[in-house]
Design a protein around this ligand. Structure first.
Ligand code: NAD
Length: 381
């Protein structure tokens, strides 16, 4: 029987509630598909600070280095975050630290508008076309967010006659740097992901203005030769932003530099209606020994303290994140697809948590977090 080691970091706010439902679904997957999960539950975020004085306790990090993948909930509590220095706050000290530690360079955010949830999409039906099912793939460790120099410096204003003026002003510099290897590794992940989907990849750049964009386009075109079954198009980022609104159904995989992906993934996410439906994965290199791609899997939303502890949070993003873990780290495509279809069945049957319920639709049946988990398990069996 195949055995998988998973670090389970539920975190704060709704994290533990939605994680319980994801683990419930994975236990059902064990039985149905004959595999075994060893869940190593560890504290992170405020749970880590309360248990061991740090948002990412040593023992939690150590456990993460010993497992095959990390299933993450959410961290941070705004009221408490403000009481400690920025660098110790959970999002930075735990989540960003984990991404950095494991060099998780590829961020995947699938955005899907489920049949039956068109009311939660801000677009008109005529724009939704044949449906929205997009995977935004964002380079996470390079590009404009990390390039050096990155600084804010003072300078003295110069008058028209060349003399020094009275005012001291500020100049901020960010640098966009990307190299061939960084583009190649994210491009390979993008093409492989497209192969598991509809075999179309749109590479996003600004090759008409930026040197970065020219190199991006050249390297992606070169990598594409290894994936002749995937149809490649190149789209300028400004046009991509517009096309996501005008005709989103044309897209399958969007391959983006860090900042472009940050912006486009949020734009695409808005089309799905609720944060509670959006899973994500951050992937590193494939490990030579195990053949696993190490990854951290988490919902796109945060700890939602406004609804925590009330059994009303939507657990589907966490459950779909577990499906991504099966797909991308463990290559268990059949089990991943089974979870995706179970979620689709539950939504088609009208089961809704409050965030995706349509008040005008009398067929919608509102249920709580744990009942939603049970419904997915029932649809899986
Ligand atoms: P949030 O994503 O927690 O909440 C935004 C809104 O979306 C809220 O109204 C919330 O109720 C709703 N929402 C989010 N997930 C939901 C779900 N599963 N079901 C139903 N509704 C859901 O963002 P925020 O309020 O800006 O941040 C709260 C805390 O979470 C902060 O401390 C922030 O730093 C942290 N945060 C953590 C992560 C992370 O761990 N990856 C991401 C974003 C924010």
């Amino acid at each position: 029987m195949k055995k998988y080691q998973v670090a389970v970091l539920a975190g704060d706010g709704i994290g533990p509630e939605i994680m319980t439902e994801a683990l419930k679904v994975l236990r059902a997957v064990e039985k149905k598909f004959g595999m075994e999960f060893d869940f190593q539950e560890r504290p992170v975020g405020w749970a880590g600070i309360d248990a061991a004085g740090k948002a990412l306790p040593e023992d939690t990090l150590k456990t993460c280095t010993e497992v095959d993948a990390i299933l993450f909930g959410a961290v941070g509590l705004p009221g408490r975050d403000a009481t400690i220095p920025k660098e110790q706050r959970p999002e930075r000290a735990a989540l960003l630290a984990l991404r950095k530690h494991f060099e998780l360079f590829a961020n995947l955010r699938p955005v899907r508008l489920y049949p039956g949830l068109a009311h939660s999409c801000p677009l008109k039906d005529s724009r939704i076309g044949s449906g929205i099912d997009i995977l935004v793939m964002r380079e996470l460790t390079g590009g404009l967010y990390f390039g050096q120099p990155k600084k804010t410096e003072e300078y003295v204003e110069v008058e028209e006659d060349g003399t020094k003026g009275k005012r001291t002003l500020l100049r901020a510099t960010d640098t966009m740097v990307i190299d061939t290897e960084e583009i190649e590794r994210i491009a390979h992940v993008g093409f492989k992901a497209a192969r598991l989907r509809h075999k179309k990849l749109a590479s996003i750049d600004k090759a008409n203005v930026l040197e970065n964009g020219i190199l991006w386009r050249e390297v992606v075109t070169e990598v594409a030769k290894m994936y002749p079954d995937v149809q490649l198009t190149h789209v300028f980022v400004d046009n991509a932003a517009m096309q996501l609104i005008l005709n989103p159904s044309q897209f399958d995989v969007l391959l983006c530099e860090n900042m472009f992906g940050d912006i486009l993934s949020d734009e695409a996410a808005a089309l799905a209606g609720s944060l509670g439906l959006l899973p994500s994965a951050s992937l590193g290199e494939t490990s030579g020994q195990s053949g696993f791609t190490f990854g951290l899997y988490e919902p796109a939303g945060g700890s939602a303290p406004d609804i925590a502890g009330k059994n009303i949070a939507n657990p589907l993003a966490q459950i779909l994140s577990a499906a991504m873990m099966l797909r991308y780290s463990f290559k268990e495509e059949a089990a991943a697809k089974a979870i995706d279809s179970a979620v689709e069945k539950v939504i088609s049957a009208g089961w809704r948590t409050g965030d995706i319920c349509c008040e005008e639709d009398s067929r919608d049946k509102v249920i709580g977090t744990s009942q939603m988990g049970d419904a997915v398990v029932a649809a899986l069996e």
